[in-house]
Ligand binder design. Structure first.
Ligand SMILES: Nc1nc2c(c(=O)[nH]1)N[C@H]1C(S)=C(S)[C@@H](COP(=O)(O)OP(=O)(O)OC[C@H]3O[C@@H](n4cnc5c(=O)[nH]c(N)nc54)[C@H](O)[C@@H]3O)O[C@H]1N2
Ligand SMILES: Nc1nc2c(c(=O)[nH]1)N[C@H]1C(S)=C(S)[C@@H](COP(=O)(O)OP(=O)(O)OC[C@H]3O[C@@H](n4cnc5c(=O)[nH]c(N)nc54)[C@H](O)[C@@H]3O)O[C@H]1N2
Ligand code: SF4
Ligand SMILES: [Mo]
Length: 723
């Protein structure tokens, strides 16, 4: 029976799997023992792909809504009809009001991201946004690029392994936080590699931590500045590197002096001796790697927090050393997003709230501000957004301020939504399009994202219903609208990327997509200490602790931290009503954001959302372990199941994100029951440079929910015979 090797994308991806195909159907999946990154390992998400592909609720054909929005009634249409209808409507909006009245949204980085941008640029709209745009990887990546000219990741792959790992606001044993897969950090933990963990909650890794700091959610920026200050004051940094390869050390030193340990301890709740110990470990462990997650970005101090954390391994002698903090190398470029196809005049119309990072001043990669783009749908200001194309974005679950998202999407004149399944967000759309899962499409996957250890092949091995890759939709829609996509096929685009790889790495010259399918992946060797010959790719040629470029683009040249507008310190009045500090997120193994809640083999592993809180806090509010509770603030109220965790600070609560209930049925699918984004804030000001908003460190109160039907409904659904 034919077998194919391809990269899983059940999370961000990277594990190579061997798929067996019989009569056009995938019948078996097993992890590839030679996969360069997973070496025979896989998680339950990857292993459930057959159940996902052939799930009875899978969206298999294009559909048009019958009746009013959220009627829950759909009729099947052909792809031809879908292209005609979408093409005609978009052409009408484009010609009548200008292309900027059409917005695009997506979620986390998936296979189609570059071409989603490309499509927006060709269409002529600057209003492409995402629920991860401002708060996921972008701030880390941009902070890295401003500081060292390139983003950096962990080097697990050479003969020298990390001597220790600083794990900050990430749970990489589960989430493979955006950069890496989960296997290497678990291997390291098992091997006894010292871990320094900064997380207000216990995780799979905290029992193995050498040191575990539990900051007040949302104060990581202050903590990072405090640690930098200790390093600098004690001379615990690489003097030679600082003198030869950085600019702005004295300015940084002066800024950090504003963050003495006592002040930082007061802000963050981290005891001074723990901070000193953390700084000592950061300074002495060699080589030190950094695994950081989106928790540090999901605040109104997002960008500068990332800058400050980034400087810790940089200043302590770990830059571009084997096993340390190594710069990305791009093995092959992604499909060209064709930014030059968006005219400067159109680019200026971006709904960005004038945050320099995203209005085109600081970066050509523009993301419109998600909340403001939704606000333009709702209010018509600064101008109306009339139509939306949504690719991989269950916005009601993943955007902040979910009530606002709902009201905004409800106002759209035309809404096209592409996904694997119907979701609560889909029920607001006019046209639904069936998206291909990872075994159903061809793509290239350089991994880890921005670390680029390997280039992996993702290949189509089966066709399910009439599902299509998002890229194919963009390409064909352009053809129908008379717009030039700049390529005739996805294959042409992939071969173009591989051609460029051949120029960068002559050993792969001549490799096209067919050859890559045979090879399954390529793993070019890594060279270290590149800066010693090439310098840094920054205006000064050095690592920029003080960044003039940042100043010129409207940012602070040095990192800083300030209190968010909704904390017990800034709003004691609000804290009287909502005394607990709310943080959100906390990824779970069976799920990828809001995906997979309908996949029974996964769902039974973690059937309900859990709210983590301290037993004392629970006792204070009459809550028992495992009981459903209400979590409430001025924006809304939701319910999750209490999980008492004595390791936490009693002032903090964490709620999981992404929860809806497919078993509750259309049109609501229970989206309002446990969706923590009903309590979060997306409205500016937020982060002054990027507009990022706080999903960590808000306020709430809790009390028991004595009348919750969620479990009973779940059991009825689980017990029902799956067709
Ligand atoms: N299985 C699985 N994998 C995933 C995902 C998924 O949904 N499921 N999502 C993917 C995506 S899009 C992303 S961005 C990554 C995210 O992966 P991570 O960055 O690991 O994100 P989380 O698990 O939400 O949060 C990480 C940690 O931050 C802690 N935390 C909460 N608030 C704070 C705070 O204020 N400060 C600090 N220092 N820590 C805090 C939480 O307790 C948690 O342990 O994972 C990716 N991988
Ligand atoms: N409160 C709170 N909110 C958060 C976060 C948090 O930690 N706390 N995390 C934030 C982060 S880091 C991120 S990145 C965002 C993520 O936000 P999103 O990536 O938008 O995540 P989802 O809401 O799960 O929506 C993804 C939808 O895309 C579909 N999908 C998956 N792959 C494809 C594909 O290839 N094509 C198509 N057409 N559809 C696909 C899935 O079935 C799912 O319905 O959420 C953010 N929201
Ligand atoms: S960790 Fe990610 S890539 Fe690996 S098997 Fe799981 S879902 Fe797939
Ligand atoms: Mo993310």
């Amino acid at each position: 029976m034919p077998e194919y090797i391809t990269s899983c994308r059940g999370c961000h991806g990277g594990c190579m799997h061997i798929l067996t195909v019989q009569d056009g159907r995938v019948t078996k999946v097993r992890p590839d023992p030679n996969g360069p990154l997973n070496q025979g390992r896989a998680c339950p998400k990857g292993m459930s792909i057959i159940e996902q592909m052939y799930h009875p609720d899978r969206l298999l054909y294009p559909m048009r809504r019958l009746g009013p929005k959220r009627s829950g009634k759909w009729e099947r249409i052909s792809w031809d009809e879908a292209y005609d209808e979408v093409g005609d409507r978009l052409t009408h909006y484009r010609e009548t009001y200008g292309p900027e009245c059409i917005a695009l949204t997506t979620g986390t980085g998936r296979h189609h991201l570059a071409q989603y941008w490309r499509f927006a640029n060709i269409l002529g709209t600057p209003n492409a946004t995402s629920s991860g745009a401002l708060i996921c990887l972008g701030p880390r990546k941009n902070a890295g690029e401003y500081t060292t000219g390139v983003f950096a990741g962990v080097d697990y792959y050479g003969s020298v392994k990390p001597g220790g790992i600083l794990i900050w606001g990430a749970n990489p044993a589960v989430s493979g936080a955006d950069g890496e897969l989960q296997w290497h950090v678990k291997d390291a933990a098992r091997a006894g590699t010292p871990l320094i963990i900064i997380d207000p909650l216990p995780t799979e890794l905290t029992p193995k931590a050498r040191l575990w700091l539990r900051p007040r959610p949302g104060t990581d920026g202050a903590l990072a500045l405090g640690l930098l200050n200790i390093l600098i004051e004690n001379g615990w940094y690489d003097r030679d590197f600082v003198e030869r390869w950085t600019v702005g050390f004295s300015e940084l030193k002066a800024r950090c002096a504003e963050y003495p340990a006592e002040r930082v301890s007061q802000i963050t709740w981290v005891p001074t001796p723990d901070m000193v110990e953390a700084a000592r470990l950061i300074a002495t462990i060699k080589p030190l790697a950094l695994e950081w997650g989106c928790a540090v970005e999901q605040t109104s101090n997002s960008f500068q927090t990332c800058r400050a954390i980034y400087m810790l391994p940089l200043l302590t002698g770990n830059w571009d050393v084997p096993g340390g903090f190594v710069p990305s190398k791009e093995i092959a470029p992604a499909a060209d997003p064709l930014f030059d196809r968006l005219s400067p005049a159109q680019g200026k119309k971006i709904i960005s709230g004038d945050f320099p990072l995203n209005d085109g001043t600081a970066s050509p990669k523009m993301f419109a501000h998600p909340w403001l783009t939704l606000e333009a749908m709702r209010t018509g200001k600064p101008y109306p957004i009339r139509a939306l194309l949504s690719h991989a974005n269950n916005s009601l679950l993943s955007m902040p301020d979910a009530r606002h998202t709902f009201e905004s999407l409800s106002k759209l004149e035309f809404f096209v939504y592409m996904d694997f399944f119907k979701t609560p967000t889909a029920e607001l759309a006019d046209i639904l399009l069936p998206a291909a899962l990872w075994p159903e499409l061809d793509s290239l996957y350089p991994f880890p994202e921005f670390g680029d250890q390997a280039l992996l092949c993702q290949q189509k091995v089966a066709q399910v219903g009439e599902c299509k890759p998002d890229e194919e939709f963009f390409l064909e829609l352009c053809r129908r609208m008379g717009l030039d996509y700049g390529a005739d096929s996805q294959r042409e685009i992939l071969d173009g990327c591989l051609e460029e790889m051949g120029r960068r790495y002559p050993q792969y010259a001549g490799m096209d997509f067919d050859a890559l399918k045979q090879a399954a992946y390529v793993v070019p060797p890594r060279n270290y200490y590149q800066y010693k010959t090439h310098g840094f790719n920054t205006p000064s040629g050095k690592a920029e602790l003080y960044s003039q470029r940042l100043k010129d683009s409207g940012g602070d040249p040095l990192p800083f931290w300030r209190e968010d507008q909704e904390t017990p310190v800034s709003r004691p009045d609000l804290a009287e009503r909502f005394p607990l500090i709310l943080t959100t997120g906390g990824r779970r193994q069976p799920y990828f954001i809001s995906n997979n809640r309908q996949i029974k083999s996964l769902r039974k592993q973690w059937p309900f959302p859990r709210a983590s809180l301290h037993p004392e806090t629970a006792a204070k509010y009459g809550i028992r372990d495992g009981e459903w509770i209400w979590i409430e603030n001025q924006r809304g109220r939701i319910t999750q199941k209490a999980w008492l965790r004595p390791e936490m600070d009693p002032r903090v609560i964490n709620c999981e994100m992404g929860w809806w209930y497919p078993e509750a049925g259309p049109p609501d699918y229970g989206w309002e029951e446990s969706n923590i984004n009903l309590l979060t804030r997306g409205e500016p000001p937020g982060d002054p440079f990027s507009g990022a908003y706080p999903l960590r460190g808000l306020l709430c109160r809790v009390y028991p929910n004595t009348n919750c039907e969620i479990e009973a409904r779940y059991r009825r659904w689980m017990d029902a015979e799956q067709l």
